[in-house]
Ligand binder design. Sequence first.
Ligand SMILES: [Zn+2]
Length: 120
Amino acid sequence: MEFVKQFPKPMIVMEELEGLREKIDYSRELNRRLHNLPYRKLQKFIEYKALINGVEVVYVDPNNSSRTCHRCGHINEPSNSREFRCSICGAEYNRDVNAAANIAKKALTMIAENTYTSKY
Ligand SMILES: [Zn+2]
């Protein structure tokens, strides 16, 4: 939280886990959710730490965060590589850095359109 609080109006943006809001109706979905549980636990912990530090938390749609080129917006084929490479503009980034840039962009869009809800 020290890192976060060095900024004037900090906000933590995380991906809303897919399918968490819908009903569980088949076993594959259930398996995937169970698999995602530790991540959800981590998010809850971050939410808690943010709350006691007065830092805003916002969730964004996780769709295509890893596949989208944050430079040109092209949605690339899925890849397991740690390096992201855009097939259109040739941009190369660490996969997580590219995804983080997309997540931040989604949050900025939601803020600009006033379509976000934050959790304190
Ligand atoms: Zn690109």
